[in-house]
Design a protein around this ligand. Sequence first.
Ligand code: ADP
Length: 620
Amino acid sequence: MKRSEKRRSNRKSGMLAELMAAQKKRTSMLRILSLALGAATIGQAVLLAESVQRIFVENAPLASMIAVFAALLAVMAVRAWLAYANGRIGLRIAADAKRDLRARLLRLLAANPLLTARQGQTGGKVSVTLDAVDEADSYFSQYAPKMAEASIIPLLILVAVFILHVPSGLILLFTAPFIPLFMALVGIQTKHKSEEKFEQLARFSGTFLDSLQGLVTLKLFGRAKRQEKEIQRSSLSYRDATMSILRVAFTNTFALETIVMLGIGIVALELALQLVVFQTMQFHTAFLILLLTPEFYNMLKNMGTAFHGGRTSLGAIRNIEAALTADASSPLNASVHAERSADAQAPTDIKLPQSNVVSLSAGRSAKTSLSAAPPVIELHELGFDYGADTFVLNAGSLTIHPGKQIAIVGKSGSGKTTLLHLIAGLLPPSSGKVTVNGQSLAAGAGEDEWFRQVSYITQHPHIFSGTFAENIAIGADRDVSREEIVHAAESAGLAALAAELEQGYDTLVGEGGRGLSGGEKQRLALARAFLKRPTVLLFDEPTTGLDLHTERILLRAMNELSRKATVITIAHRLHTIRHADVILFMEQGTLIGGGTHEELLDTLPQYAEMVNIGRQGVGS
Ligand code: ADP
């Protein structure tokens, strides 16, 4: 456990190092500019001390000072420009690093959209992708440039003070370490606090979004009030986490200021003694040291502030990295699955009765690439789990022959949807594979081609914000004419609805537009399928009773689409089940039987029982 934690933290620092390594040129530039800034700081102090010495001690005429003043002004301008340039480089580093982090996170989310959507709270994910990345900003934009300055400029000033007067140099040398020491102590505390704060924020976002999305459900169940309290509790704990960070930050600033004041005070006292009591020092030198001392401490103090900010955003960076690595090590990740498959439980092999197997013509099976004809889909020792100690699916091996009607049946929670997602290539198998015309889906190759052939009609098709016509048109991956859209809509029984809509096919639907009923949404999904003309149609049959009209339209449309396609349906209605060529029976994640209705009635008591219950109108 300890070793794995260590490995994880090594990996964490790895990402930051990687991000900084990508910015090598800019970080070198930061150092060069800091060196110049240090020189300018000392130069400015020297010129200022010189001016004061000449005007007040030597009573030099103003005219003789013009050159010194001009030089002073020039050095001040250069110093301001250098500070500005350093800040700008920091911002650029931050912008690039944030872009990189967001790209990594988005790649991760997009790599497995289905799992991403099915796991965890959406709000939490939004919080990592947006807020944590924003919080990471100050590490790059402030901490990095300030650290570059703080590691170079105080050193330059220290050398200058040592050259001018060794005892003052020694005071600086011995008081300075208190600042980083103190910062380190406080930093450790803020780091934990900032991680805690981030956790609270993620939880708060999650609770808030969940409640918003489920507002109707919450209202219906009279839980709105309780949820309101939950949001309040969650927002209050976020407030507390923020306040405790601020408290630490304020205490930090106060303590740092005290140390700085003390340091300057000691140097000033020592200078005064040398100058007035022992008279061993020139005014010019004493004044110059007095000018340099606050600069020295200020630099260290700035480092303290940057350090605090850096710690906070380091917490955020670690959270991002944890999100990235957690997903990479998740059993849901395809690549890790390949390693795990060796010790995965051996899946049951389902041998389908020969009578259901329609042999292929030699020519078609020889083709390896996907073609316009329905493909042969094969499951090879297919297994899946959502993670350790969760649901395990064993689908075994089977062949789905082209053009067949397959019904997946089983109790709710038996793994029907998971199996369909695996066949669709939306979930990466934990063990085994799904092949389409002999080509593995997991390899990623040919994925585009595969998705071009598949239509998946879920129970809740997504309606995008746009016009009715646009929503149908996304079914095709090409430009489609209005006639084609209208034709597809008619085939899916949407003509009447389109006529009813105020602006016909140009009516805005989805978010911000007109809502559609469940039946209308499914018909819209069918219209998309009509445009696409898939060779594989995956269908999640509605569990709730559709009205007779919709059901008839759906049946007719499905029949028409299935003429040139393999249809795999998560079936609930006896009618669909009975007419399937092959029924796959799932029980607790295992595919325990496959065959026709009659065969299963004879061989599988569980199936007979399900049919019996179905006849009595209970359904599965
Ligand atoms: P069905 O479609 O037969 O109702 P599912 O395939 O949806 O069943 O789910 C099968 C099992 O997998 C259920 O026990 C469910 O709780 C579990 N499950 C579904 N999605 C996830 C997920 N994202 N993480 C963990 N378990 C899941």
